[in-house]
Design a protein around this ligand. Structure first.
Ligand code: N2P
Length: 350
């Protein structure tokens, strides 16, 4: 009687045993841990054709979720990991990412050198990909007052209550509530962090979701279920293609200025293919195509020259001096502050 289940179990376990070997046997698979909507699928296909390889992407929904994923699987099998610049050094320390051999990256000649200096370990471990800001997106047709500040999102007017989406990420939540209170996003000051926690808990009953909302036509900000969200600049522009009433604002208190990097997985199965990919995406034509797809600022100078003027003069993509001056890069924080921030994050997100 139990024969069939046993057989089934046996077949299944055989199948499962096969899976990892399938991955490693076919040398031509590139496994990327990435944000969604961060690589133009057309370009991915072109790379696959050119290299007779398959690109497989695994997606995360916040910087913090990425770290969680890596903690859980110790970065096993990822050839490339797309990470925020500030996380390069801690990921290198944990042994999740490997130093890049610049001699194998002729495509790097196109990059603005400043991005290799922007974060600790960027020089050794980072392939600069895009940069942008974290701010607010909102539906101008569904709100009577335009949003210009974090204060308006953290202490929402009745028309906003219950219709807000925030990222599921302690660093972003705490960082931007600190900005709303006039402090540095990188504060380690216990009193300031406590005030940020209070603001987040005050906002919480009015937040509909702590999530990375989708950028396609199914997005809750298009249906009106959400009317304002904490969002990355280019993501807001991507969504704007579906609804012209969407507005992105870098809040008056300033936002977060970030840069993302591809890093080579320490346990990469196909490092050669990873290098080929990094060179491929840095070919000026390709980098320009990617920039137009994601709506972010490219660190690739040769690609910039190929971009339409409208993109280069768009203040959402290239913020003006005021926006840049009030915004901050996240910085590595001392362990004590990190512990406190983790506690706050857990309280807010539980
Ligand atoms: C991709 C968003 C990535 C930007 N859709 C976050 N740094």
């Amino acid at each position: 009687m139990p024969r069939r289940p046993v057989l089934l179990a046996l077949t299944l376990s055989l199948l499962l045993l096969q899976l990892p070997s399938l991955g490693s046997a076919s040398e031509r698979q590139l496994l990327i841990l990435n944000w969604s909507d961060y690589l133009d699928p057309e370009l991915v296909e072109a790379f696959e054709r050119q290299h007779g390889a398959k690109v497989v992407q695994s997606y995360y929904s916040s910087d913090e979720v990425r770290t969680q994923i890596l903690l859980e699987n110790d970065a096993e099998g990822y050839d490339l990991i797309l990470t925020s610049g500030v996380d390069l050094a801690p990921y290198a320390k944990r042994g999740w990412i490997a130093p890049l051999d610049h001699a194998r990256l002729p495509g790097f000649s196109h990059l603005e050198p400043r991005w290799l200096q922007a974060f600790p370990a960027a020089q050794s471990h980072g392939a600069p990909y895009f940069w942008g800001t974290l701010g607010i997106v909102y539906r101008s047709d569904l709100l009577s007052t335009p949003l210009t500040s974090w204060q308006q999102l953290f202490r929402p007017a009745p028309e906003l209550q219950g219709k807000i989406s925030m990222l599921e990420d302690s660093r972003d939540l705490i960082g931007m509530s600190l900005k709303a209170l006039g402090h540095s996003a990188n504060s380690s000051d216990a009193a300031q962090l406590k005030a940020a926690q209070a603001l987040l808990l005050e906002q919480k009953p009015h937040v509909r979701s702590y999530a990375y909302i989708s950028l396609d036509e199914t997005s809750p900000i298009l249906s009106g279920e959400i009317v304002a969200a904490m969002m990355y600049s280019g993501d807001a522009l991507m969504l704007q293609a579906h609804n012209e009433h969407l507005r992105y604002v870098l809040p008056s208190e300033g936002g977060n200025l970030w840069a993302d990097y591809f890093a080579l997985g320490h346990k990469a199965r196909n490092p050669d293919l990873a290098y080929a990919f990094l060179n491929f995406i840095n070919e000026p034509q390709h980098a320009a195509q990617l920039a137009q797809y994601v709506h972010y600022a490219t660190p690739n100078r040769a690609a910039q020259r190929l971009l339409p003027e409208a993109m280069l003069s768009d203040p959402i993509i290239y913020p003006d001096a005021t926006g840049l001056a009030s915004s901050e890069f996240y910085q590595p924080l001392p362990p004590r502050a990190l512990r406190l921030r983790n506690q706050i994050g857990a309280r807010v997100l539980r």
